[in-house]
Design a protein around this ligand. Structure first.
Ligand SMILES: *Cc1c(COP(=O)(O)O)cnc(C)c1O
Length: 444
């Protein structure tokens, strides 16, 4: 008889995985998870240092969330969301609107991050069609940005290595250089920088502004692009430019939402009024898929008309506003309040940040960056030239394997090793994680 892993490899194709690698590094069979630890079938455990792909918030197997799920199941699992509604969705919409910034006033539900982004793109596009500005059909996004894996979301993405093969399928959009300070697109250093990287965006809007519907970006952290933490001033300036040219600002907080950066939303670090806010991942504390696209009354009103005028937003997804997912999201927001999660992480993040500062002196470490409970270490072959490791060297894989031996999940983004910690990670756990990550990188 075949064991579980043999069967897995016989029947399953895993995401983001070169399945040939599984010959030597097969997937690990996890049987349960508690707090920030995942336990395998052999009695080993692993710190969930990347929050199970950036979505776990309060730890695994939280009794409050389990209870909410069970309670919801006692009335219903799922119902359709056109022509019908349910209390969980209503409560969640009300609650989320009370914590998001600016003029956001309407919640559109879907089922994951990519669908939340696609919805924002389609709404922005149709807004301009509905309001007679039919020339506004293009989007602007950042190099190194990431907004999901569906074709529309990829079209406004910039992560070349992963999605280059699909390039011919993308709709045309404008890309501008990103505020990637370590590899400054304008060739500046920190002390000589006066935010020159915003200029290409300004120039683009000056010349092509009339064609543009919206700019989409991840506020303060370009996550999949390499956990690139960038200056608040860039976000503020980009928002001001949007307002200036009357185009929409779509903030993709799928990764940064729900406390990751130390505030509830990354855009809370500055005063800003997005036209769209996309949420997913952490919204259910990492238990069930759910996506939200939140927008303003102004946008909403452009679709509100007599039926025959054909201004309806004809878009949606089957599992829209799944009641069980909504119940998780509400339970998670309760925990945020009850445990004062954001206050707690403000005490703990200096431990993470100080721990990461130590990495700077290591010979392979080119850059260290962090914000809130997110930290990243960019590895380079040559510190002076900032030359990275090529595709053959597999330095990330080597570190990943060494990490597992020390109970860490150091799943790399190319040559970038990062931590994306659940918000409930305590001081001792952070110290263990950062010390052992340091030792591993030092040993390479
Ligand atoms: C993960 C991610 C997405 C896509 O979310 P999925 O749930 O994987 O579709 C979109 N935007 C950002 C910023 C993300 O990190």
């Amino acid at each position: 008889m075949k064991n579980w892993i043999e069967k897995d490899l016989q029947y399953i194709w895993h995401p983001y995985t070169q399945m040939k690698d599984c010959e030597k590094t097969p997937p690990i069979l996890i049987e349960r998870a508690k707090g920030i630890k995942l336990y395998d079938d052999k009695g080993n455990f692993y710190y969930d240092t990347i929050s199970s792909w950036w979505c776990n918030i309060h730890g695994h197997n939280r009794s409050e969330i389990n209870k909410a799920i069970k309670k919801q199941l006692s009335s219903m699992g799922h119902i359709m969301f056109a022509g019908f509604t349910h209390k969980g969705a209503i409560l969640l919409a009300e609650r989320v609107l009370s914590i998001v910034p600016g003029n956001l006033a309407k919640v559109f539900f879907s089922d994951d991050g990519s669908t939340a982004v696609e919805t924002a793109l389609k709404m922005s596009f149709q807004y301009w069609q509905n309001t007679g500005k039919r020339h506004r059909t293009k989007f602007v996004s950042l190099d190194h940005g990431y907004h999901g894996d569906t074709i529309g979301a990829m079209s406004v993405g910039g992560v070349g290595l992963f999605n280059k093969v699909f390039e011919k399928l993308f709709f045309k959009s404008f890309k501008v250089p990103s505020p990637y300070c370590y590899r400054c697109p304008m060739g500046k250093e920190k002390d000589s920088c006066s935010l020159e990287c915003i200029v290409p965006l300004e120039t683009l809007l000056k010349s092509r502004g009339r064609e543009i519907a919206a700019i989409i970006l991840e506020p303060l952290v370009m996550a999949a692009g390499g956990m690139i933490v960038y200056p608040k001033e860039y976000l503020a300036r980009a928002a001001a430019i949007c307002a200036n040219y009357g185009i929409h600002l779509i903030l993709d907080e799928v990764a940064t939402g729900f406390g990751r950066t130390g505030k509830m939303f990354a855009c809370d670090h500055i005063k800003i009024k997005p036209d769209f806010l996309c949420l997913s991942k952490g919204i259910t504390a990492g238990h069930l898929p759910l996506g939200l696209t939140i927008t303003t009354d102004n946008i909403y009103k452009a679709f509100y008309a007599d039926y025959h005028k054909m201004k309806t937003f004809y878009s949606g997804h089957t599992y829209t506003a799944n009641p069980i997912a909504c119940s998780c999201a509400l339970a998670s927001l309760d925990i945020f309040e009850k445990e004062r999660t954001l206050d707690k992480i403000s005490e703990i993040t200096p431990v993470l940040h100080d721990g990461l500062e130590r990495f700077r002196s290591l010979p392979l470490v080119g850059d260290v960056r962090y914000i809130g409970m997110i930290g990243a270490i960019e590895l380079v072959k040559n510190k002076k030239t900032k030359e990275g490791f090529g595709l053959r060297k597999r330095i990330g894989l080597e570190i990943y394997k060494k990490g597992l031996k020390r109970s860490l999940i150091l799943r790399p983004l190319g040559g970038i090793i990062y931590l994306f910690l659940p918000l409930c990670t305590n001081k001792k756990e952070i110290e263990y994680i950062s010390r052992n990550t340091y030792d591993i990188i030092k040993s390479i």
